[in-house]
Design a protein around this ligand. Structure first.
Ligand code: SF4
Ligand code: SF4
Length: 164
Protein backbone atom coordinates (compact mmCIF):
# COMPACT_ATOMS: atom_id res chain seq x y z
CA UNK A 1 0.00 0.00 0.00
CA UNK A 2 2.85 2.32 0.92
CA UNK A 3 4.62 1.85 -2.42
CA UNK A 4 1.29 2.23 -4.26
CA UNK A 5 0.76 5.70 -2.71
CA UNK A 6 4.42 6.54 -3.35
CA UNK A 7 3.96 5.72 -7.04
CA UNK A 8 0.88 7.95 -7.24
CA UNK A 9 2.75 10.80 -5.56
CA UNK A 10 5.69 10.32 -7.93
CA UNK A 11 3.35 10.42 -10.92
CA UNK A 12 1.68 13.64 -9.73
CA UNK A 13 4.96 15.47 -8.96
CA UNK A 14 6.68 14.52 -12.21
CA UNK A 15 3.59 15.55 -14.22
CA UNK A 16 3.55 18.89 -12.38
CA UNK A 17 7.24 19.42 -13.14
CA UNK A 18 6.65 18.67 -16.83
CA UNK A 19 3.63 20.97 -17.01
CA UNK A 20 5.59 23.78 -15.33
CA UNK A 21 8.14 23.60 -18.16
CA UNK A 22 5.39 23.38 -20.77
CA UNK A 23 3.67 26.48 -19.38
CA UNK A 24 6.92 28.41 -19.24
CA UNK A 25 7.43 27.84 -22.98
CA UNK A 26 3.75 28.44 -23.70
CA UNK A 27 4.03 31.95 -22.24
CA UNK A 28 7.34 32.78 -23.99
CA UNK A 29 7.30 34.81 -27.21
CA UNK A 30 8.06 32.51 -30.16
CA UNK A 31 11.41 33.02 -31.87
CA UNK A 32 10.20 31.79 -35.26
CA UNK A 33 10.57 34.40 -38.03
CA UNK A 34 7.68 34.52 -40.49
CA UNK A 35 9.88 34.95 -43.55
CA UNK A 36 9.20 36.66 -45.92
CA UNK A 37 6.43 38.64 -44.22
CA UNK A 38 7.16 42.39 -44.10
CA UNK A 39 8.49 43.64 -40.79
CA UNK A 40 9.82 40.23 -39.80
CA UNK A 41 13.48 41.05 -39.35
CA UNK A 42 15.80 38.56 -37.84
CA UNK A 43 18.89 39.07 -35.73
CA UNK A 44 22.28 38.50 -37.27
CA UNK A 45 25.59 38.04 -35.57
CA UNK A 46 28.14 40.70 -36.59
CA UNK A 47 30.11 37.74 -37.96
CA UNK A 48 27.36 36.66 -40.36
CA UNK A 49 28.76 35.86 -43.81
CA UNK A 50 26.09 36.78 -46.33
CA UNK A 51 26.35 38.29 -49.81
CA UNK A 52 29.38 40.47 -50.28
CA UNK A 53 29.43 44.23 -50.04
CA UNK A 54 31.79 46.05 -52.30
CA UNK A 55 33.05 49.63 -52.40
CA UNK A 56 34.17 50.05 -56.03
CA UNK A 57 35.56 53.55 -55.62
CA UNK A 58 38.21 52.21 -53.21
CA UNK A 59 39.25 49.20 -55.31
CA UNK A 60 42.76 49.42 -56.81
CA UNK A 61 42.22 46.44 -59.14
CA UNK A 62 45.05 44.38 -57.65
CA UNK A 63 43.31 41.00 -58.13
CA UNK A 64 44.43 39.77 -54.68
CA UNK A 65 40.89 38.82 -53.71
CA UNK A 66 40.41 36.80 -56.90
CA UNK A 67 43.74 35.03 -56.38
CA UNK A 68 42.82 34.14 -52.80
CA UNK A 69 39.45 32.66 -53.75
CA UNK A 70 39.69 28.85 -53.49
CA UNK A 71 36.94 28.24 -56.07
CA UNK A 72 37.86 30.96 -58.54
CA UNK A 73 34.48 32.64 -58.50
CA UNK A 74 35.53 36.31 -58.63
CA UNK A 75 35.82 37.80 -62.12
CA UNK A 76 37.54 41.16 -62.38
CA UNK A 77 37.97 43.16 -65.58
CA UNK A 78 39.62 46.50 -66.10
CA UNK A 79 39.63 49.02 -68.93
CA UNK A 80 43.12 48.53 -70.36
CA UNK A 81 42.93 51.69 -72.45
CA UNK A 82 41.95 54.08 -69.68
CA UNK A 83 43.47 55.18 -66.38
CA UNK A 84 42.51 57.71 -63.74
CA UNK A 85 45.99 59.10 -63.14
CA UNK A 86 47.93 56.01 -62.05
CA UNK A 87 44.74 54.22 -61.03
CA UNK A 88 43.36 51.35 -63.12
CA UNK A 89 39.71 51.59 -64.15
CA UNK A 90 37.57 48.71 -62.93
CA UNK A 91 34.81 47.66 -65.32
CA UNK A 92 33.61 44.29 -64.00
CA UNK A 93 33.58 42.90 -60.47
CA UNK A 94 31.48 39.79 -60.60
CA UNK A 95 30.98 37.04 -58.05
CA UNK A 96 29.48 33.72 -59.10
CA UNK A 97 27.28 32.64 -56.20
CA UNK A 98 26.86 29.22 -57.81
CA UNK A 99 30.35 28.52 -56.60
CA UNK A 100 30.95 30.87 -53.67
CA UNK A 101 31.55 29.13 -50.34
CA UNK A 102 31.07 32.28 -48.22
CA UNK A 103 34.46 31.45 -46.73
CA UNK A 104 35.63 35.10 -46.45
CA UNK A 105 39.10 34.27 -47.79
CA UNK A 106 38.75 37.07 -50.34
CA UNK A 107 38.27 39.72 -47.65
CA UNK A 108 41.53 39.64 -45.69
CA UNK A 109 43.99 40.04 -48.59
CA UNK A 110 42.35 43.27 -49.82
CA UNK A 111 44.84 46.06 -49.10
CA UNK A 112 42.20 48.81 -49.16
CA UNK A 113 39.42 47.03 -47.27
CA UNK A 114 36.80 47.40 -49.98
CA UNK A 115 35.28 43.91 -50.05
CA UNK A 116 33.32 42.71 -47.04
CA UNK A 117 30.96 39.93 -46.10
CA UNK A 118 27.51 41.47 -45.71
CA UNK A 119 24.41 40.26 -43.97
CA UNK A 120 22.14 39.82 -46.96
CA UNK A 121 21.24 36.13 -47.02
CA UNK A 122 18.23 36.18 -49.30
CA UNK A 123 19.11 34.46 -52.58
CA UNK A 124 15.60 33.17 -53.21
CA UNK A 125 14.18 33.80 -56.68
CA UNK A 126 11.71 32.33 -59.12
CA UNK A 127 14.31 31.85 -61.83
CA UNK A 128 17.51 29.86 -61.39
CA UNK A 129 19.45 32.27 -63.57
CA UNK A 130 18.59 35.30 -61.42
CA UNK A 131 21.02 36.44 -58.72
CA UNK A 132 23.44 33.65 -59.44
CA UNK A 133 26.15 35.93 -60.76
CA UNK A 134 26.25 39.43 -59.37
CA UNK A 135 28.22 42.14 -61.13
CA UNK A 136 28.76 44.81 -58.52
CA UNK A 137 29.80 47.34 -61.18
CA UNK A 138 26.42 47.10 -62.91
CA UNK A 139 24.44 48.30 -59.96
CA UNK A 140 23.52 44.73 -59.18
CA UNK A 141 23.75 43.24 -55.76
CA UNK A 142 23.24 44.52 -52.27
CA UNK A 143 26.55 46.31 -52.04
CA UNK A 144 26.76 48.95 -49.36
CA UNK A 145 23.66 47.87 -47.52
CA UNK A 146 23.01 49.47 -44.17
CA UNK A 147 23.46 46.19 -42.38
CA UNK A 148 27.15 45.73 -43.06
CA UNK A 149 29.09 44.74 -40.01
CA UNK A 150 32.32 46.07 -41.45
CA UNK A 151 31.12 49.62 -42.09
CA UNK A 152 27.89 50.32 -40.20
CA UNK A 153 27.83 53.94 -41.38
CA UNK A 154 28.40 53.24 -45.06
CA UNK A 155 25.12 51.73 -46.11
CA UNK A 156 22.72 52.04 -48.99
CA UNK A 157 20.18 53.41 -46.53
CA UNK A 158 22.65 56.01 -45.33
CA UNK A 159 23.59 56.77 -48.93
CA UNK A 160 19.95 57.35 -49.89
CA UNK A 161 19.27 59.37 -46.76
CA UNK A 162 22.24 61.58 -47.66
CA UNK A 163 20.63 62.32 -51.03
CA UNK A 164 17.27 63.34 -49.57
S1 SF4 B 1 33.76 34.09 -49.90
FE1 SF4 B 1 35.30 32.51 -50.46
S2 SF4 B 1 34.40 31.45 -52.19
FE2 SF4 B 1 33.25 33.36 -51.97
S3 SF4 B 1 34.26 34.83 -53.33
FE3 SF4 B 1 35.22 35.04 -51.31
S4 SF4 B 1 37.00 33.66 -51.35
FE4 SF4 B 1 35.65 33.08 -53.06
S1 SF4 C 1 41.78 42.82 -53.30
FE1 SF4 C 1 40.52 44.63 -52.93
S2 SF4 C 1 41.51 46.24 -54.11
FE2 SF4 C 1 42.30 44.31 -54.89
S3 SF4 C 1 40.96 43.80 -56.63
FE3 SF4 C 1 40.12 42.78 -54.82
S4 SF4 C 1 38.60 44.22 -54.01
FE4 SF4 C 1 39.91 45.37 -55.43
Amino acid sequence: MKSYLKNIWHGVTTTAKGMRLTWRHFMTKPTTIQYPDPGEETYFSPYERGLHEFEPEKCIVCYLCAKACPVDCIRIEEDKGERKGKQKVLTVYEIDYNKCLFCELCVDPCPVDCIHMGQQYDLASFDRTEHVKIDFMNGEGPWRTAKTSAHPDAGLRGHLEGKD
